[in-house]
Design a protein around this ligand. Structure first.
Ligand code: IPM
Ligand code: MN
Length: 353
């Protein structure tokens, strides 16, 4: 019995999670696994009413679950930064979800903004370090508010933190068993402390994985290759900040935020799965948001729980809906409502032999 903590969150989060749970339910019937879910309200709405965010006691409670399924974080009436830091980043950091896994896969070339790129050209995964770097929140102001003000933001990289991330990426690349190529994405030519550590660690760990080809690309060049030659990539490993940036570009080349899913992974603890598109408040309650990203995040969750067949079947159903039924992946333009898209995925999942 998988115990799943559900955090619907803000904006369109609850709507897309509803569809994700519909698909989860259908998958559990078809593949014979059992789960129970419990909803946790860590929304901006609740914060505005009660002042409460994610507290240490909540983290202890969440540790009892097999996984967390998150809708979206972000409320237009809450000052930017509060929910991001005290909900999303608090969960990632407290549960030591040190990997942010973001597959970039094109399901239908009609939705790719790149000319002449086909599904076989865009199929790679970004392994983003998710616990350190510039996200650590280290730094200070000096002479704040004066003309001499200095703001310092530190990129914090530990050998242990870097190594566990790189090791995860090699293991993932091996298990994925596609092109067996791991690209380190960094900035060794300028950020000579952090990326020296990353590069040394990468080469050392690589010695244990002679079956995996290695490659290096500067982050600026990486964004160029994503657009020009996405077919060069298989698995990419990078730090927290660069990973944040390149995965938004990745989401666009795979067809947009409507389809982009991610996992915040603690390989030995509680992982959390989310559509990466945010809460899209202007579409809230309109039944127009694309639920496929949330449904794909649910699939990633099942894969991590070991339900690989169910995960594959969900992905197959999503591909079929995308290719056969959708006019667009964008909110309001799909040609179907949010709940209809969820129903279609369920239908194709049930039909899949
Ligand atoms: C993401 C988001 C978050 C991040 C924000 C909301 C804190 O952009 O998941 O990529 O920067 O990691
Ligand atoms: Mn981001």
């Amino acid at each position: 019995m998988y115990k799943i903590a559900v955090i619907p969150g803000d904006g369109t989060g609850p709507e897309v999670i509803r569809e994700g749970l519909k698909v989860l339910e259908a998958a559990s019937k078809k593949f014979g696994f059992k789960y129970e879910s419990k909803a946790f309200d860590f929304s901006g709405e609740r914060y505005l009413k009660t002042g409460k965010l994610v507290e240490d006691g909540d983290i202890e409670e969440l540790r009892k679950y097999y996984a967390i399924y998150l809708g979206a974080v972000g409320h237009p009436d809450v000052k930017p930064g509060i929910l991001e830091t005290s909900v999303l980043l608090k969960l990632r950091f407290s549960l030591d979800q040190y990997i942010n896994l973001r597959p970039v896969k094109l399901y239908d070339e009609r939705f790719c903004p790149l000319k002449d790129k086909k599904p076989e050209d865009i199929d790679f995964v970004v392994v983003r370090e998710n616990s350190e770097g510039l996200y650590k929140g280290m730094g200070e102001f000096q002479k704040k508010g004066t003309k001499e003000e200095v703001a310092i933001q530190i990129s914090y990289n530990t050998r242990k933190g870097v190594e566990r991330c790189i090791r995860y990426a090699f293991e993932y690349c091996r298990k994925r068993n596609k092109r067996k190529k791991l690209t380190l994405c960094g900035k060794t030519n300028v950020l000579t402390y952090a990326w020296d550590l990353w590069e040394r660690t990468f080469h050392e760990v690589a010695k244990e994985y002679s079956d995996i080809a290695t490659d290096y690309a500067h982050v600026d060049a990486t964004t160029m290759w994503f657009v020009k030659n996405p077919e060069w990539f298989d698995v990419i490993v990078t730090d927290n900040m660069f990973g944040d940036i390149v995965t938004d570009l990745g989401a666009m080349v795979q067809g947009g935020m409507g389809i982009a899913a991610g996992g915040n992974i603690n390989p030995k603890g509680v992982s959390m799965f989310e559509p990466i598109g945010g809460s899209a408040p202007k579409y809230t309650g309109k039944n127009v948001i694309n639920p496929l990203a949330a449904i794909c995040a649910g699939g990633m969750m099942l894969e991590t729980l070991g339900e690989e067949k169910a995960a594959k079947a969900i992905e197959d159903a999503v591909i079929k809906v995308t290719r056969e039924k959708l006019a667009s992946l964008a909110a309001g333009k799909m040609g179907h409502s949010t709940s209809e898209v969820g129903d279609l995925v369920v239908k194709y999942l049930e039909e899949n032999l």
